[in-house]
Write a protein of this length. Sequence first.
Length: 246
Amino acid sequence: MRMVKTALNLVGRAAAMANELSIFVPTAIRAIMSRLAPRIEAAAGGSIRQTVDLNPAIANRIAAGEAFDIGLTNPPYVNALIQSGHADAASHRSFGRISLALGRKAGVEHALGSNPQEIADILRAAKSIAYTGAGTSGRIFLEAADRLGVSEAITSKSRAMDGGAPAQSVAAGEIEIAVAPLTTLMATPGVVPVALFPEALGAHIDISVFLSTAPPQSATRVTAFLTASDLDAELAEAGIARIALT
């Protein structure tokens, strides 16, 4: 009898795993996706498994053949995955846009500005700066710093870190300024955003949602949930603005 129960349990687990949706989630939206998880499962009608990674790594993992049902990452990566036959073109939808921002340790009131000169001044005055070295936000930051004319001034005091680490290091008092997606700064206790890179600098992170080439029907329902206007206000509160797919 015990062997029969064990066999039935294994069959039940296998069936549950077969019905589980696999979703790639960028580090920048980990907090909001975690909060949405119960509603995503309700939309799917089953369990989900979120795999969190940096945007470039998500694209590389899918291109290397890692199985998934739903993915979220930057539009250029999605387009490349569509071209290589790893993603369904018809499923490509915009999820939202996240501003790149500067954050410092909470405790000192500071108006949230977006003036390029103010951003340049903050970076020049900072004793230490951290950014995500292998992520989209890090690449965008280095490009923006060049446009601001501060690259040489900040090179010696800038540190490339893993995803999420810049904000955490600021919260711990180890780094003065974190350069990170607004979503990450807002979701990290002990850190406050103090400046947003303006649209004119091109320093924003766009996120798209897409499906695999053979997704289950439940994945389509999840995509509809993630892109529905019902979520717009909640996403805005988390630092994500809805935009049209270009």
